[in-house]
Design a binder for this molecule. Structure first.
Ligand code: E4P
Length: 217
């Protein structure tokens, strides 16, 4: 499973990238707003840092305007994936932009039916939002599993990009289901390293090392 980091913060991306943990980046208008940066400038910086796909989202809602915005975003760098919402207009924009050879991430996917349409429109990625479904007492992971089954039934090429990930367990659950990509905030990716027994074991080992006077350097 590829790891994308869901942020527009350059420092967070850099830290994970140095560890080889970043296969791509996703942003959205809320993350760009939170960064306080200009969308074109910060996206250009991210694209220069990371080799993999960098999703940059349109803010228009009509297909023609989304296509124009998508073309402008795609000019930033060759690794831009234009992010469009999963609306009828978004699907039209997806079809045109992928037809021009651009990567397109169809976002805000909340049902298997929507995911089928994204694949039919030639999406490079579809982004089902796990956490936001869990927030309304539905099961976001069930949606990932349903899309995996449907895409495998028909060998659709669209990659399942599990999004709105809120916990480390979501990451391993997505990997078990077979999501192609999971995008998560840096703090969730870092939380995957934590285990209470690791902390407890390390404390005991260090206490024994001190008692025995073990020195390596
Ligand atoms: C994905 O592309 C979205 O930017 C993101 O995962 C949304 O996550 P949220 O529901 O935590 O805002």
């Amino acid at each position: 499973m590829k790891f994308f980091v869901d942020t527009a913060e350059i420092d967070e991306i850099r830290e994970l990238h140095e560890l080889g943990m970043v296969d791509g980046v996703t942003t959205n208008p809320s993350l760009i707003a939170k960064s306080g940066r200009d969308i074109l400038e910060v996206t250009k910086e991210i694209c220069a840092l990371v080799d993999g796909p960098v999703s940059a989202e349109v803010v228009a809602t009509a297909a023609d305007a989304m296509i124009s915005e998508g073309r402008k975003l795609a000019q930033i760098a060759s690794n831009i994936a234009v992010k469009v919402p999963l609306t009828w207009d978004g699907l039209k924009a997806c079809k045109v932009l992928t037809g021009e050879g651009k990567m397109v991430n169809v976002t805000l996917c909340f049902s298997a039916n929507q995911a089928i349409l994204a694949a039919k429109a030639g999406a490079t990625f579809v982004s089902p939002f796990i956490g936001r479904l869990d927030d309304i007492n539905l099961d976001g992971l069930d949606l990932i599993a349903d899309i995996r089954e449907i895409y495998d039934n028909y060998d659709f090429d669209t990659e399942i990009l599990a999004a709105s990930i809120r916990s480390a367990n979501h990451m391993s659950d997505c990997a078990k289901i077979g999501a192609d990509v999971a995008t998560a905030p840096a703090k969730v990716i870092k939380a995957m390293a934590s285990h209470v027994l690791t902390d407890k074991g390390l404390t005991a080992f260090l206490a024994d090392a001190e008692k025995a006077g073990i020195k390596i350097l």
